[in-house]
Design a protein around this ligand. Structure first.
Ligand SMILES: [Zn+2]
Length: 419
């Protein structure tokens, strides 16, 4: 299908002016940045040449999401992983979640028997004292607990819901809670904003959230927002995309976003979209990376919703507050591995983490709004369209609703605080 040259940001006259200006003072950072721009620029140029004069000798660069090869890569990963994944032996529920969620975005059903197999495996990762570990027999930890609950809710069957021991899960969350409102990632483990988000996410999905469990948490998260506008891992640290997503999402769940300076956060995240590449960086002066298409751009629906509730008249009713098309161009042209799966940036290899978060970001960029106001911006062919994702949980909105409805019928366990 021919695409008109005028439509795309990367083919526009003057796009080259977005390249980094280092004021003739090269630094390690500016040299790396220029190297990435050159690499991305070569791909954009190949695309421009290809649409101007299609020719069989040129590589076939198209704005097409290669659904079939991505699906094949994901389905294979759910059955058998290569030895390269040995280093992720303590993150196995994550692999389940990344793959199950990615297949959901691609609208690819998971056979019942495979889904059941995933449920049985995750049941083996659950600790007798609550929470999930990175693998059977390992120590329970909040990150794989989040991944396991998200994977089970994404599967959304009775069997999946029944895996979760809610009373023990609540005990586990209490055992990690600190007096200042923050949470340890695991017993004796580190404290940062991730743990607060993982705890709030699983507690809200499974209906074990109590005000007592999150007493002081919102105030602690608000202290992690710094002068840049974004959120750091703990109070006083540099703002970072992943932590900002975790902090804002946790506050949305706890219904306390007003504790943050939302406009300074919006300013920080808007400036993390790269002028030339179109994708996002995770921190100021860092390189573009496909996974931040979710961690950073995923903040935009949350900010939009929060600012909307303050009746901000400047808010658009058709677009998020970033260049949705530019990000889609980056993901489609620069982040698809030719053999399936998505990646950080050209030259890097594919993996399930980047496949999940590149696709999740692509979904955010394609769909604006919710409820009565929906506006789709699909870059490239219409078949690139992915399913929606819930911006707080990064699980399909239907599956979030299904889990909440299911667990709402059960009583909230009333464990009292032990420390
Ligand atoms: Zn990344």
């Amino acid at each position: 299908m021919a695409e008109s040259m005028g439509q795309l940001r990367c083919t526009r006259e003057g796009h080259g002016q977005e390249l980094l200006q280092d004021d003739s003072v090269p630094t390690e950072t500016s040299i790396e940045q220029k190297r990435v721009e050159q690499c991305v620029g070569t791909i954009f140029n190949m695309y421009k040449t290809h649409i101007k004069e299609p020719n069989d000798l040129q590589p076939k660069l198209k704005l097409v999401l290669e659904r079939d090869i991505h699906t094949h890569y994901l389905r294979k990963g759910l059955q058998q992983l290569s030895e390269g994944y040995e280093c992720l032996d303590a993150s196995r529920p994550w692999l389940c979640y990344w793959i199950v969620h990615s297949l959901g975005l691609l609208n690819e059903p998971i056979p019942e028997s495979v889904a059941s197999h995933v449920c049985q495996f995750l049941a083996r990762c659950q600790d007798v004292n609550g929470g999930f570990a990175g693998g059977p027999g390992q120590q329970p930890h909040l990150a794989p607990t989040y991944a396991a609950v998200n994977a089970l809710c994404s599967i959304g069957t009775e069997e999946a819901f029944d895996v979760i021991n809610r009373e023990k899960l609540q005990d586990f969350l209490y055992s990690l809670k600190k007096t200042d409102g923050s949470f340890n990632m695991h017993l004796g483990g580190e404290v940062d904003v991730r743990s607060a988000y993982c705890a709030a996410s699983v507690a809200s999905l499974t209906n074990v959230l109590t005000p007592d469990l999150f007493d002081g948490t919102a105030e602690w998260i608000a202290r992690c927002q710094n002068w840049e506008g974004g959120i750091g891992g703990v109070p006083g640290l540099e703002a970072h995309g992943g932590y900002t997503f975790c902090g804002l999402s946790a506050l949305v769940i706890l219904n306390r976003v007003h504790l943050l300076d939302l406009k300074s956060m919006l300013r920080w995240v808007a400036f993390r979209q790269m002028r030339f590449e179109g994708g996002f960086q995770g921190r100021c002066n860092k390189l573009v990376d496909g996974c931040y298409s979710f961690w950073q751009a995923g903040l935009m629906p949350l900010l939009h919703r929060s600012l909307h509730s303050e009746a901000d008249p400047a808010l658009s009713l058709t677009n998020w507050m970033f260049d949705q098309q530019a990000m889609q161009e980056y993901l489609l042209l620069c982040c698809q591995a030719p053999t399936g799966g998505l990646l950080d940036k050209p030259g890097k290899s594919r993996d399930f983490y980047h496949t999940c978060y590149c696709l999740s970001g692509l979904s955010i960029a394609q769909h604006f709004g919710g409820g009565d106001i929906l506006h789709e911006i699909i870059t490239g062919i219409k078949e690139n369209r992915l399913n929606h994702t819930h911006p707080v949980y990064n699980v399909s909105p239907d599956k979030v609703a299904g889990a909440i409805m299911h667990f709402r019928q059960k009583e909230v366990p009333q464990t009292s605080r032990k420390n």
